[in-house]
Design a protein around this ligand. Structure first.
Ligand SMILES: NC(=O)c1ccc[n+]([C@@H]2O[C@H](COP(=O)([O-])OP(=O)(O)OC[C@H]3O[C@@H](n4cnc5c(N)ncnc54)[C@H](O)[C@@H]3O)[C@@H](O)[C@H]2O)c1
Length: 698
């Protein structure tokens, strides 16, 4: 028998134990082992029932995705599953940990499913631009109904065992020893001569839809959300539609063909790239596995404004007590009231229980005296973006906190090294740059100063993960990685307006590309006054945005910005007044306006970002192109299925990007558009950014 899968006996029950650490991925050897053990158990007259079990920390957590894109090695998963499906003896899947993807599809071929408390099941393939083609789209709707199946498959989200039990996805939650519990369950099935419930043959949930196929389309439409128009969600719908006309075996054969077509597609390649890049980002040069993160038992946040409040929520959500410090009782109350209001909204929406809200609010305490942070293991400063105030605060924190405390700033642009120099412990100072809204956005730029120690970095990374964030280490420069690239885009966005485009055309090019919103709608949402104040402080100008602010148009908060917002509306309408204003600016600057096409808009917004990304890599501000991609996907809404700006650049071809940038540099006279040396070198060598990534992803 294969070493990865073993067959053991417990009385008349055969146990097939899958032991392929760390997550029992379904490699070709595991698939072969399962099949071999299953056949042996099926054909053994002494065996009355068969239990599938995972060794270690989880049941099979999915396919071995390093095998994707390689020629399939037999036996393929659908064949293994088809054989288990036809078992003449009762089969029981005993689940713990995270039975996901192909692993979960194996359990759907069993007659019964039991799970340990805390198990989370799911079909996350959609997140890799794929779909559960080993019967998931066929069996799940037959078991739990089309609506629940579509919700699970199209979101890719995991479901806790308790909920799975409620909807009939599993038969029992086994408290205590899972193996013993599952064997006892199997023995009971045998003793009671329970009928074998073959999921592939269930029809009661499908029959009503067969009589009313329009209902099928309605259900699917309600779960499509942002996936509309993408290859994988489309494949899910067509695959699930087959339940109305075909049996599982026939449909599965079609599914396999579709799956094989999706794998080499750009969308799936982009999403798989991000999957690997996110894991690579966790590896920080100079921070080996032996470096121990310091324990963070208690945190503190300085400033309870937009960011401070959100950051404090992150800690409370993760169960970490947090102290919030403000300048006055009034400011503190305002901040904490906003936090309470946010939590109440979640309770009203049903995503949080009132009890949990109380528990989280109970983990927060407020103070107006900095001494209150003296016991904190980690302090995050989120006060106004002003160097003098930040310097003062870090001087004070250095005096007040214990010698091992890590001190972080949430600054967006300021020099983290200069802030660190205000302390006697620059090794324990770094940036933890959250994104707004801080309790929602998953990106965390961890800014490594010139003196930041590996322990401090490891601590920030570990805390970031505890808060549910995707932490990425970046170096010190104006705007770090994300905002520095954003700036390159914003400058060009304004130029496009001056040359002849309108806000809705610029935004439209980006939403068509896949961003949730374009730069002008985003500016209106964030408030145009914020960057206006920053430009005034720096003595710089953005002609059109400044003109809007001078006319009192600050964006959504004033009902007017680049767009017009009718009473409480969240999406704006084009405003003729803004158009007149833009035309006026062009005229004043002596620019003859011309129509600008979508493609030109897109290239002029995205390629300068790629160019800035290349400089960021040259300067070592980001470690790998994949880190930049992760930053843009989790922090700025870059469409994941395009793999991030650097991955996207590779798909366009770096030679093309260089040529366009050179042309843009000549036309605009802006030297920043000259292609970066790295970009030129890679283009000349016929390489892409992917060739710089340590690990190949596809
Ligand atoms: N707003 C964003 O989108 C965003 C995103 C990332 C980072 N940041 C950065 O986060 C920081 C905070 O930004 P914000 O948008 O939350 O600002 P904000 O104006 O909403 O909040 C700042 C808060 O700090 C308080 N404060 C000022 N001085 C203080 C002091 N000495 N002690 C205690 N509290 C003090 C103020 O009373 C105010 O409540 C800035 O450095 C900003 O650059 C902002």
């Amino acid at each position: 028998m294969s070493q990865l899968v073993s067959l053991v006996r417990d009385g008349n029950v055969a146990l097939i134990v899958i032991d392929n650490p760390p997550v029992n991925a379904l490699s070709s050897a595991v698939r072969a082992g399962i099949l071999e053990c299953f056949r042996a158990a099926r054909d053994d007259a002494q065996v009355a029932a068969i239990v599938f079990l995972g060794a270690g920390r989880t049941f099979v957590a999915g396919a071995d995705i390093t095998e994707f894109g390689k020629p399939p090695q037999p036996p393929v998963l659908i064949d293994v599953i088809a054989e288990i499906d036809q078992s003449p003896k009762p089969t029981v899947a005993a689940m713990h940990g995270t039975p996901l993807g192909g692993g979960f599809e194996v359990t759907l071929a069993c007659h019964f499913r039991v799970a340990a408390p805390g198990t989370r099941v799911g079909l996350p393939e959609i997140k890799l631009g794929l779909f559960p083609a080993a019967g998931g789209t066929q069996r799940l709707p037959r078991l739990v109904g089309m609506d629940k199946a579509a919700a699970m498959i199209l979101s890719g989200e995991q479901m806790p065992a308790e909920e799975a039990l409620e909807i009939g996805l599993i038969d029992e939650i086994v408290a205590g020893d899972l193996r013993a519990g599952a064997v006892a369950f199997a023995k009971r099935v045998v003793a009671e001569k329970r009928p074998l419930r073959r999921v592939s043959e269930l029809d009661d949930k499908i029959a009503p839809l067969r009589a009313d196929p329009a209902r099928f389309d309605e259900i699917m439409a309600s779960h499509m959300k942002r996936g509309r128009g993408l290859d994988a969600p489309k494949a899910v719908v067509e695959s699930m539609r087959q339940t109305l006309t075909l049996d599982v075996e026939e449909a599965s054969r079609n599914d396999r063909d579709t799956f094989v077509r999706l794998i080499p597609g750009e969308q799936s390649r982009g999403q798989r790239h991000i999957f690997f890049a996110e894991r690579e980002a966790a590896k920080v040069p100079g921070v080996s596995k032996d470096v121990k993160a310091r324990a963070v038992r208690r945190a503190a946040v300085i400033g309870a404004g937009t960011m401070g409040g959100g950051i404090a929520m992150c800690f409370a959500n993760a169960g970490i007590p947090v102290t919030v410090v403000e300048t006055s009782g009034e400011a503190l109350k305002r901040g904490l009231d906003t936090v309470a209001k946010n939590y109440k909204t979640s309770v009203t929406r049903g995503s949080l229980t009132a009890e949990e809200m109380e528990r989280r609010i109970g983990l927060m305490s407020g103070a107006t005296d900095m001494d209150a942070v003296k016991d904190a293991d980690l302090v995050i400063e989120a006060v106004f973006e002003e160097m003098d105030i930040k310097r003062q605060i870090f001087g004070a924190l250095d005096r007040i906190t214990g010698p091992d405390a890590v001190l972080a700033t949430n600054t967006s642009y300021l020099d983290v090294n200069a802030i660190a120099r205000e302390t006697q412990r620059p090794a324990s100072v770094l940036g933890m740059h959250f994104f707004s809204p801080a309790n929602v956005m998953r990106l965390l730029e961890v800014v490594r100063g010139e003196r930041t120690s590996p322990e401090a970095l490891a601590t920030a990374m570990a805390v970031g993960r505890r808060l549910g964030k995707v932490p990425v280490v970046v170096g010190v420069c104006h705007g770090f990685v994300g905002n520095r690239m954003l700036r390159a885009r914003s400058i060009e966005a304004e130029r496009l307006l001056i040359e002849g485009a309108l806000p809705q055309e610029v935004d439209g090019a980006l939403t068509e590309f896949g961003f949730p919103m374009g730069p002008f709608a985003m500016g209106d949402l964030a408030g145009l006054d914020v960057s206006w104040r920053m430009r005034k402080a720096q003595g710089t100008r953005a002609e059109i945005a400044d003109a809007l602010c001078e006319a009192g148009r600050f964006g959504q908060k004033t009902g007017k910005g680049f767009y017009l917002y009718e009473a409480g509306a969240r999406t704006g309408k084009p405003d003729p007044e803004v158009e007149a204003m833009i035309v006026g600016v062009s005229k004043r600057l002596g620019v003859t306006r011309r129509p600008i096409g979508r493609q030109e808009i897109l290239e002029r917004l995205v390629y300068p970002m790629v160019n800035e990304g290349a400089r960021i890599l040259e300067e070592g501000i980001a470690t790998r192109p994949g880190d930049i991609d992760v930053i843009w996907i989790y922090g700025y809404g870059f469409p994941a299925w395009r793999g991030g700006p650097m991955f996207y650049a590779d798909t366009v071809g770096l030679k093309t990007i260089c040529e366009r940038l050179s042309a843009l540099a000549t036309a605009s006279g802006d030297k920043r558009h000259e292609p970066a040396a790295l970009l030129q070198r890679l283009a000349a060598e016929g390489r892409g950014f992917a060739s710089l990534d340590e690990k190949k992803s596809a």
